[in-house]
Design a protein around this ligand. Structure first.
Ligand code: ADP
Ligand code: MG
Ligand code: MG
Length: 980
């Protein structure tokens, strides 16, 4: 390189900025210029260059909009002259004159950003009209009615959109006139009536703004262009960008388009159409049109439009031409298009084309069909569908036809927190939801909000409805993870737990009344709405698309499943293994809980006793050991059955079973609850005395009410058999002994809970630590796993158990646990006489574990990232506290870009993952590594897992198809970047 000093490069001067091209005629632009011309402008340019009939016009660039803001809302230097110059060009092309009464040119002024965006300025049509040009229009067309219709529309539109008047300012007098004239529709009004109303509108503008309605066409144009620019920072547009994370410096373009008139008579019209059905994806022209109408009329519902197919009969030639253009545009853009058109005196004009929005089923069908038609490649088809949308295809949904007839049964609307439709009896309590399920009644669990205490009720429910909380509230997060429809934060509902009812306006829903909730839309209905069950086997297009995805992806997709029925479902969805079975869920089952508690209450004592020589143990110690061992033996049998079921369902595929993870006291009643119980029992006993002289029930009741309130007092009174206290002494039955026994039991539980209580259970005695302190529990689990596997092997199937040890932070924890387990497990395999292969592996979920993964890998047959705990511990957040207290605010205030429990934090947690992968594979190059945290089902996080070279992601069964597609997209996007 030469070393001569160069002059510092000057930043572009004002003059240079002014020289930048700020206006493009439609023939100068093209589809790739979206950022500069906005979506609408780029589309008009592309259509013009393709030779389609587009009225002449031009686009003022988004850069001009940004320059306008930089200059403090001043049109950039030279822009106006440039606009005028381009208007001359349009005059020449059309042979008309802007403001020329002989042959007036009229235009529309349309905003258009790179992304279509609600909140931007509405389009102004018929700009350039004034009392003189209206006369010209009448002379030229000989259609007085049309001219006055155009005029009154223009004055109202300009008044509302550019001059900020209210729609009612014009709508009210207009309706008044219609009523007066006994006209049902706009089209019933006469030319004279329309002229009058136009005149009246101009007066309204004068009255409201204090100025004459602007009649100079160029003045009109300037005001309209400025209004478009101003709308970019209007509140609605600003909020929309905030919400959708669209940058504020993109700016909007302004399109100026020669007017064509759909309101010139019955051989004119206007319409909107999609090149395929946006609901089903079917390959048919889909849309609506209106004859003798202009612009917004179709959407605004002034008259009911006709189906586009009707145009085939009414205007066969135009229809044929439009159909041909629609197909051409679809082929050209290689995507389904959403089109706007106008017919003026039998001649067709195209006014807009853009990729059409579509439902999930349509997205899948269109992608698969287009690949079949060779319009796009299979790889493109894979990339066309948003993985998140797929979930919708797998959930039952309401029949739209049924929805259309509900009328006032719509109770309200909340957040569409977890998609799908659910119907059931409203139940306001989780225990009663479980009871109802057992009685085979489908229920919707309705809560003000949910917490971990409600999960059993959620599991029993068909859907969840809450009055409070957002898209990341407990209800929403848990429901999504369970594939359960959920409507959250329906704040208009007044839920009353005590009365077991909720009120929605004037309607009261009692517990047991049937309601329907739509988690896809957030709607809540009284009564039952019929649903259509989604059947994966019947989703042929989805199966085709996922089949293509499977060929492309490198990541395997496994599922998290605790029960055989979940495993079966996961397998049907294409899961290639079980990445996480949480054994403790099996402990929580009601009929097992007493056994589990016996085991826990004796765990520590028995373990200590077992360190002593059997002869030296005290009677108490011997009893502890006996009870503990017998409880374990019972659990071992049950768990062996559980595991056998899983192995059967996953015949030939790996099943990762995690050994017990939570702290033991999670299986016991809460400390607070026990304290309350013990206090109540003690006080009751004290107040009641020994009952030998009779009990003054009235006094007892008074005492209890004072201490515990009416409700709890009533409960205590029932317990001692004094539910109907009569004044004076009573010698009613009073079973003091029973009460004392209960107290003793509760006190024992309380002591145990107190002994096990931890300041910070999340960081306490759990996971591998617990296994090392009470090895018998994990030994039992190890034996049960292998016994279950041996049994299934004996049936001729191929179980592939993988035993996973949670929460390892130091290599010695893993080594020692492994030593303990290996001997146990080997013994079972040997005595079974079956050939069973198994592995030991570990979760990487403690930051230190990730950092020392090279050491840990020495003793691990596989790694699985538990990214929930890894996120908790590396951020120093406890998830339950964080999500309830500050995390959502963090996301709102952009302190964090995303909830890190939903989308893996690549910058931080991602580094730990990367380090662990590198170090682990440095020790064992072919170490199998997966992820089993909730992130395994999130497309963005899956892309990261692909990039760092994991072998698989594991997610909830319902997300398996989502993950298959996301994994393929990740594979395709990395090849793309590599090829570039
Ligand atoms: P939006 O983005 O809300 O669709 P548009 O700018 O596309 O707004 O216009 C609104 C309506 O006006 C559409 O129906 C469109 O077809 C119609 N329209 C826009 N410009 C013209 C024009 N020059 N001639 C006739 N109709 C027009
Ligand atoms: Mg439009
Ligand atoms: Mg964990």
């Amino acid at each position: 390189m030469a070393t001569t000093a160069r002059k510092p490069r000057r930043t572009p001067s004002k003059a240079a900025a002014a020289k930048r091209k700020l206006i493009y005629t439609f023939s100068e632009g093209n589809a790739t210029m979206r950022a500069l011309l906005g979506g609408k402008g780029a589309g008009l340019a592309e259509m013009t260059n393709a030779g389609l009939p587009v009225p002449p016009g031009f686009t003022i660039t988004t850069e001009a909009c940004n320059a306008y803001y930089e200059a403090g809302k001043q049109l950039p230097d030279g822009l106006w002259d440039d606009v005028v110059g381009h208007m001359k060009g349009v005059e020449k092309e059309t042979g008309k004159g802007f403001g020329n009464p002989e042959n007036p040119l009229l235009v529309s002024v349309r905003s258009g950003a790179a992304f279509s965006m609600p909140g931007m300025m509405d389009t102004v049509l018929n700009l350039g009209l004034n009392p003189e040009t209206v006369q010209g229009l009448i002379r030229l067309t000989g259609n007085e009615r049309f001219a006055w219709d155009a005029w009154r529309r223009f004055v109202a539109m300009f008044g509302r959109i550019v001059l900020d008047l209210k729609a009612e300012d014009f709508d009210e007098p207009f309706d008044e006139l219609k009523k007066h004239a006994k006209a049902k529709l706009d089209t019933d009004l006469t030319a004279e009536q329309l002229r009058e109303i136009g005149e009246q509108f101009a007066q309204i503008v004068k009255k409201k703004t204090g100025e004459e309605f602007p009649t100079d066409p160029y003045r009109q144009l300037e005001l309209a262009v400025r209004a478009v620019f101003d709308s970019w920072f209007g509140k609605r547009a600003h909020d929309y960008r905030e919400f959708n994370k669209i940058p504020h410096d993109l700016g909007t373009a302004v399109n100026i388009v020669t007017m064509v008139f759909g309101n010139m008579g019955e051989d004119s019209g206007t319409g909107v159409a999609f090149t395929r059905d946006p609901n089903t994806g079917e390959k048919v022209l889909y849309g609506e049109y209106l004859t003798n109408a202009q612009g917004e009329d179709v959407v605004a519902g002034v008259r009911t439009p006709a189906k586009i197919s009707q145009m085939r009969d009414e205007m066969p030639e135009v229809y044929a031409q439009f159909e041909e253009i629609a197909q051409r545009l679809e082929r050209h853009y290689r995507d389904m298009q959403d089109l706007e058109f106008t017919i003026e005196g039998g001649k067709l004009y195209m006014l807009q084309t853009r990729s059409g929005k579509r439902t999930a089923p349509a997205a899948v069908k269109i992608a698969v069909d287009m690949a079949g038609e060779k319009l796009i490649t299979r790889d493109e088809a894979i990339q066309r569908v948003d993985p998140a949308q797929i979930v919708q295809l797998l959930l039952p949904r309401f029949d739209e036809a049924a929805k259309a007839t509900v009328g006032d049964r719509l109770l309200g609307k909340g957040l569409n927190a977890s998609p799908g439709a659910a119907v059931g009896q409203a139940v306001f309590d989780p225990d009663r939801a479980v009871a109802a399920k057992e009685a085979d009644n489908p229920v919707i669990l309705v809560r003000i909000e949910t917490s971990p205490d409600d999960v059993h009720g959620m599991l029993a429910a068909k859907g969840v409805l809450t009055a409070r909380g957002g898209a990341t509230s407990h209800a929403a997060v848990v429901a999504r993870s369970m594939g359960l429809p959920c409507v959250a934060g329906a704040e208009s509902l007044k839920i009353d737990y005590a009365k077991r009812e909720m009120r929605a306006g004037s309607v009261t829903v009692k517990e047991g009344d049937v309601i329907s909730i739509d988690g896809t839309t957030g709607e809540i209905f009284a009564g039952e709405l019929s649903t259509i069950e989604a059947r994966f086997e019947d989703e042929h297009d989805l199966a085709t698309l996922l089949g293509w995805a499977d060929k492309v992806r490198r990541l395997q997709v496994w599922a998290n499943a605790d029960y055989p029925r979940d495993a079966e479902r996961a397998r049907a969805f294409g899961a290639q293994g079980i990445g996480l079975c949480r054994t403790e869920h099996m402990f929580f089952e009601e009929d097992r809980l007493p056994t589990v508690r016996r085991m826990i209450l004796n765990a520590h004592a028995a373990t200590a006793a077992k360190h002593k020589d059997a002869k030296e143990r005290s009677a108490d110690e011997r009893e502890s050991v006996k009870v503990f061992d017998s409880a374990l033996a019972e659990l071992e049998k049950l768990q062996a059955d559980d595991f056998a079921g899983l192995f059967r369902a996953m015949d030939g595929l790996p099943v990762v079973i995690r050994l017990i993870d939570p702290p033991l006291h999670e299986f016991l009643p809460s400390h607070e609850e026990l304290i309350a119980d013990v206090t109540r029992l003690r006080t009751t006993l004290e107040l009641a005395g020994d009952g030998s002289l009779g009990v003054d029930a009235g006094l007892v009741q008074q005492g209890l009410v004072k201490l515990f309130g009416t409700k709890d007092a009533a409960r205590a009174m029932r317990k001692i058999g004094l539910s109907k206290p009569e004044p004076g002494l009573s010698v009613q039955a009073f079973d003091r002994a029973a009460l004392e026994r209960e107290l003793a039991e509760k006190e024992e539980l309380l002591h145990a809970v107190e002994a096990m209580r931890e300041q910070n259970p999340m960081l306490g005695l759990r996971g591998v630590r617990l296994g090392l302190m009470v090895p018998d529990i994990v030994k039992m689990q190890g034996r049960a796993i292998l016994a279950g596997a041996a049994r299934v092997a004996a049936e001729g199937k191929t179980p592939l158990p993988e035993i996973m040890i949670p929460l390892v932070g130091h290599v010695n924890e893993l080594r020692e646990t492994r030593d303990i387990l290996e001997a146990e497990v080997a013994r079972i395999v040997e005595t079974s006489g079956q050939q069973v292969t198994y592995r030991f592996g570990t979760m990487i979920e403690v930051p230190r574990g990730a950092l020392t993964a090279d050491e840990i890998a020495e003793h691990a047959g596989f790694f699985s990232f538990g990214t929930n705990d890894l996120t908790q511990m590396a951020f120093g957040y406890s998830r339950d506290d964080a999500e309830g207290k500050f995390l959502m605010q963090y996301v709102d205030r952009k302190i964090l870009p995303e909830n890190p429990f939903q989308v893996l934090d690549v910058a931080g947690i991602g580094q730990l993952v990367r380090i662990a992968v590198e170090k682990g594979r440095a020790t064992k190059p072919d170490l199998k590594i997966g992820i089993c945290g909730e992130h395994g089902g999130d497309p963005q996080s899956i892309a990261f897992c692909h990039e760092v070279g994991l072998n698989y992601v594991s997610c909830s069964p319902f997300r398996v198809p989502v993950a298959r597609l996301a994994a393929a997209q990740a594979a395709l996007s990395t090849t793309e970047t590599r090829d570039k």
